[in-house]
Design a protein. Sequence first.
Length: 234
Amino acid sequence: MNINSFYDAVKELGITLTKDQMNKLEEYYNLLVTENEKINLTTITEKEDVYLKHFYDSLTLIKAYNLRKEATLCDIGTGAGFPGVVLSICFPNLRVTVVESIKKKINFLFLVKNELELKNLFICNERAEIFARNNVEKYDIVTSRAMARLNMLNEMCIPLVKVNGYFIPMKANLDEELEEAKTSIEIMNSRLEDVITFNLPVENSVRNLVVIKKLGNNKKKYPRDYKQIKNMPL
C-alpha cells in the first residue's frame, strides 16, 4: 500500500487526513525505520507494509467506535505505538494514553511525541495490570493490539474502562479465544456487543474488532497479579 492508496483507503473508512497529518505519518515512519536499526521495534519495516499493517490497520478501529468525538482512549501494550500513536496523529480530538512496559520502546515513543509535537499523546512505562489498578474507570475506550489472549486481556483492560464505555481489542485471528473468554467478560461485568470481521486491503488478511461494553463496576481484586492472570485466567 503506497501513500496514495493509503490515503484513498483511509478515506473509504470515512477519514480525510490533512496534509499535516500525512506529513506526520511519514515522519513517524522515518523515525520507526531509523530507530529500529538500534532497537527491536517491529519486524515490519518496508514502507508499503508499514502503511498497510500498522497505519491503516490502526485506523480500522473507527469501524467499531466513533473516534471523531471527544473521548479518552487508552492503548495497552502499544509497542512502537500501534494503534495509539497513529490515532493521536489522525484524531487530535482524542486524549490518547499509550502504555508499554519495555523501557526502550517507551524512549522511542517519547521521541515520536516530541518530534511530532503530539500534545494529545500521554505515555506511561508500566505493566498493564499495575496501570489498571491505578487508573480504574478512567477511559471511554480501551484497546489493545495482539498483546495477549482475550481472556487475559479482559481482566487487565476492562477495569480501565468507564461504566458504559468500551473495551475493543484488535485481533488478527480469534480462533477459540471468544469461547474461552465468555466467563471473563461476565466476571468483569461486561457484555460482548459485536465482533466486526473484515479483510485488510491488498493482502486480504483477516482482522477482528471485539466490541465489549462495560455494564458496571469491577470488583477491587481485579486485575490480579500477572502470574495469576497467566496461570489461572478467568
